[in-house]
Design a protein around this ligand. Structure first.
Ligand code: MZP
Length: 500
């Protein structure tokens, strides 16, 4: 056997060291935009996230309700693949036909105005999001929007033209725009932008169209397409029925797929990637995984994966390490795979994002994972606690709980990704069936988490996720200093709440 020199370590063994917090580095100026799929040097990722979170490919986490809620808040869900093809495709369809509203709060600027004009208008009107129209009037054709975040990143160059940093209308989809577009201000919409509210009774939704689009709609009812406002959605696939599953998911409008396996370093994944790319085209996006070392990453990157997922055995419901003796501490795995990604980028000019999957317990673990090189994070337990997850909310010993079970548990095993074939009585479980404390609405919890992440990043003196990866200082902690990190040597009056 070959012995690795490092010790398998996990997030709780590390801390971040504060960096210089400049005046500009306040939490409200911090951006969390992250690439979701591979891109070439000097280019932008064709799909990115405003919030670097995706929800786990699990029956107990990611159905269409979770996918709608998370996409509306800037992240993305991968709808679970451990179900019949048609029912998974139907969930994708529900997300893609959901009508998301978006907000523009003023429209007095054209693309030729400067950043200085934007700031003046913002100060006068107090609006965070500003519409840019062709002729600068609120009746004009809307070309794009500028949010507070957009102009903050360009603040060093007040003479920069709006067109250089506005988000074009064609990109006004929730996955791109996240939180800011869901805070619709109905009054402004209706009066200043001359929009009409449309009530969709079937979906119990209110959304807005421009008056001229509406007039057109009355004449040609089939032409009104709300298309560039569709939510982003992902779906899990496996290495067995992909020839049947993938075309149905694509027909339903899926934006990205991910081959879902607890051990992704396999020829099965390479075959699946090759088949999909050659049958449906390079533009069809597919992530692969999971891996825990350089070899696994390079193998999947070379096989054509659009992103690679990292983590074996660290999930909260996972007993793979106990059952099979395979796995690696999540922090150690991530650090090695992030170095492999950078090496691959250096060599090929192709940046293949990596996703840290499983094992996040505290919110600060998220910042550590991002600092250690993860481009985005996949979480199961975190999302399972919310109203939007598909499982039952039950009262257990006086507390509300949500059910949460692993894909390798008996409960999920009819469809499980852990099923490598073989006879029924030789199968063993790799996951447990459990409860997690109920935590309420996704949006409320996510806002608190994002607030904490931005506050940590502000302490580290970094403005965005690239800055965090490059400049974070991380230290290993001894077991004694872990005790020092909690309340100690005092008698705590209340039970402090934790992430559960
Ligand atoms: P966590 O966020 O609950 O800690 O971990 C979620 C991750 O655990 C999933 O994204 C998946 O990679 C992994 N998982 C899901 N089911 C099992 C299992 O049954 C599992 N063993 O390990």
């Amino acid at each position: 056997a070959k012995y690795l020199e490092d010790i398998s370590r996990t997030f709780s063994e590390y801390l971040l060291i504060p960096g210089l917090t400049t005046h500009e580095c306040s939490p409200s100026n911090i951006l969390l935009k992250a690439p979701l799929v591979k891109f070439r040097k000097g280019e932008q990722a064709p799909i990115s996230l405003n919030v670097p979170f995706v929800s786990a490919i699990m029956q107990s986490v990611s159905d269409h309700n979770m996918a709608i809620a998370l996409a509306r808040n800037g992240g993305l869900s991968f709808i679970f693949g451990s179900q019949a093809i048609e029912s998974q495709a139907e969930m994708v369809r529900k997300v893609k036909t959901y009508k998301a509203g978006f907000v523009v709060s003023n429209a007095n600027l054209t693309p030729d105005h400067t950043l200085r004009n934007v700031i003046e208008l913002k100060e006068r009107s107090g609006h965070g999001t500003i519409g840019i129209t062709e002729d600068g009037t609120s009746q004009g054709k809307l070309l794009g929007i500028v949010t507070g975040r957009d102009y903050r990143v360009t603040r060093d160059d007040p003479d920069k033209k709006v067109k250089e940093f506005m988000t074009p209308f064609s990109k006004l989809i929730t996955g791109e725009f996240g939180i800011s577009i869901t805070e619709a201000n109905d009054i402004i919409w209706e009066h200043k932008l001359n929009c009409l509210p449309i009530i969709d009774k079937e979906q119990n939704l209110k959304y807005f169209v421009f008056r001229k689009d509406y007039e057109n709609h009355k004449e040609n009812p089939n032409e009104l397409s709300d298309d560039n406002m569709k939510l982003l959605v992902g779906a899990g696939i496996n290495t067995r029925d992909y020839k049947e599953r993938v075309p149905r998911l694509l027909e339903a409008g899926v934006d990205i797929m991910c081959i879902d396996s607890s051990d992704g370093f396999s020829e099965y994944q390479k075959d699946t990637l090759h088949y999909i790319k050659s049958a449906f085209g390079e533009h069809v996006k597919v992530g692969a995984g999971n891996v825990v070392d350089r070899d696994g990453f390079i193998y999947l990157a070379e096989a054509g994966a659009d992103f690679v997922k990292v983590g074996v055995g660290g999930g909260s419901i996972c007993i793979t390490r106990e059952q099979k003796g395979i796995g690696r501490g999540q922090a150690t795995a991530l650090i090695e795979v992030a170095a492999a990604r950078d090496e691959y980028f250096e060599k090929t000019g192709i940046y293949v994002p990596i996703c840290s999957d499983g094992g996040i317990v505290q919110d600060y673990h998220m910042v550590l994972a991002l600092a250690m090189g993860a481009d985005f994070l996949m979480m199961g337990r975190y999302f399972a606690r919310f109203d939007e997850s598909p499982t039952r909310k039950l009262m257990v010993n006086g507390n509300y709980m949500k059910e949460y079970w692993g894909e390798g548990s008996n409960r999920a095993r009819n469809w499980q990704r852990y099923d490598m074939g073989g006879s029924e009585n030789l199968k063993f479980e790799e996951g447990v069936d459990s409860f997690v404390p109920y935590a309420g609405k996704l949006k409320d919890n996510l806002n608190i988490t994002l607030g904490k992440i931005k506050s940590t990043m502000s302490s580290c003196g970094v403005m965005d996720l690239n800055d965090l990866k490059r400049n974070a200082k991380i230290t290993l902690v001894s077991s004694t200093s872990i005790i020092e990190g909690g309340a100690h040597d005092v008698v705590v009056k209340d039970n402090r709440s934790t992430n559960g």
